[in-house]
Ligand binder design. Structure first.
Ligand code: SF4
Length: 350
């Protein structure tokens, strides 16, 4: 098990639930917009929110943001250690830095003191663009180079007594990302921040991120995740949530399964599946629903579902745990199915 690191009012690692992160795509000084984004992603299940700190105005804006939200805030700092100190003095909960690009060791020492005095967490790491030269020469562009490079940065912080650390080591390829985190998990007890860097657009980035993070999370590796997408930040959080659900780390929701349809399908189940998903999006306790194309195979294939519907021959059947419960004519099936879902969910959980 990894070490437990506190970040504001939450913990990362040490057997805690995997935390979801995203990063703002607007200037940190646009406080109203940032707070609006935090509220939106918080509703979707985000746990931590990162902002870019490029100058002192950004660092100072953190105080106003912190006054308006309980969500832990992470400051993304490059090059200037004084911005890190300013962000911490303005109440930030975690900083992301590269100890290798903030100049002399005295700078790191000064920053480390403020980090320790305020019990702030730090994310350090590497990505394929920031591998230390010595490791690039020794291992080439590989998992070992990425991981050792991240660990070197960790050791720089440890030398100054900082150990409230989370590590990342990201590549833009799913396989290299997975190999690197597997390597890291063998070598360190610090919590791991998973991510595929520059994953791309919504369509391709979701697949790449799901492959890499899904493989790792299924092996028990990863304590916090960020899905980096060239898309609105809400999509990052929605995808992260879906990944956690797909790997079974979040069971508190209504899972809707549906068959792919085939030549036996004689009704429009695509639109019904969407409606059922939307109708049950508010459910926050385990519940499983099936929407199946035919009566021949549907109920049997979806035996483990709390409730399901299957169509055929001008009518639909509603089934519970694979047993037919009610037969309905097309037309009345949708409303009836939704109301049976609601009834059963309430019976199960209230
Ligand atoms: S449940 Fe029926 S309609 Fe759906 S894929 Fe299976 S056989 Fe085809």
């Amino acid at each position: 098990m990894t070490k437990k690191v506190s970040v504001g009012n939450i913990f990362i690692g040490g057997g805690e639930s995997v935390k979801i992160q995203t990063m703002s795509d607007v200037k940190t000084t646009c406080v109203d917009k940032i707070v609006e984004q935090i509220e939106e992603v918080s509703f979707l299940g985000c746990d931590l929110f990162r902002v870019a700190v490029k100058n002192f105005d950004d660092a100072k804006a953190i105080k106003q943001i912190k006054n308006r939200t309980k969500m832990p805030i992470v400051a993304d700092i490059h090059f200037d250690y004084k911005l890190g100190i300013e962000a911490i003095n303005n109440g930030v909960d975690k900083i992301r830095i590269n100890p290798g690009n903030i100049g002399a060791d005295a700078n790191l020492e000064a920053l480390a003191k403020v980090i320790k005095d305020n019990n702030v967490a730090v994310r350090v790491g590497s990505n394929t663009g920031s591998i230390e030269k010595e490791y690039l020469e020794k291992y080439g562009k590989s998992a070992a180079a990425l991981a050792e490079s991240a660990l070197k940065k960790v050791s720089l912080l440890e030398r100054h007594g900082v150990d409230n650390i989370v590590i990342s080591a990201k590549a833009s390829s799913a396989s290299l990302t997975a190999q690197t985190y597997r390597y890291l998990s063998q070598k360190t007890d610090y919590p791991l921040h998973l991510g595929v860097t520059e994953a791309g657009t919504l369509e391709n980035g979701v697949v790449k991120s799901s492959v890499a993070m899904g493989a790792l999370l299924l092996d028990g590796i990863g304590d916090t995740i960020r899905v980096s997408l060239t898309a609105p930040i809400a999509e990052e959080v929605i995808t992260a949530k879906r990944i956690l659900r797909a790997v079974g780390l979040d069971k508190n929701y209504a899972e809707v399964i549906s068959c792919p349809t085939c030549g036996r399908t004689a009704w429009d189940l695509q639109s019904l599946v969407k409606e059922v998903e939307a109708f049950t999006a508010k459910y926050d306790k385990p519940f499983k629903i099936a929407v199946m194309g035919c009566v021949v195979n549907g109920p049997g294939e979806a035996k483990d579902c709390d409730i399901g519907i299957a169509g055929g021959d001008g009518k639909c059947v509603i089934f519970k745990k694979g047993e037919v419960y009610k037969t309905l004519a097309f037309g009345e099936h949708k409303q009836e199915f939704l109301s049976e879902i609601e009834k059963l969910y309430n019976e199960k959980h209230n």
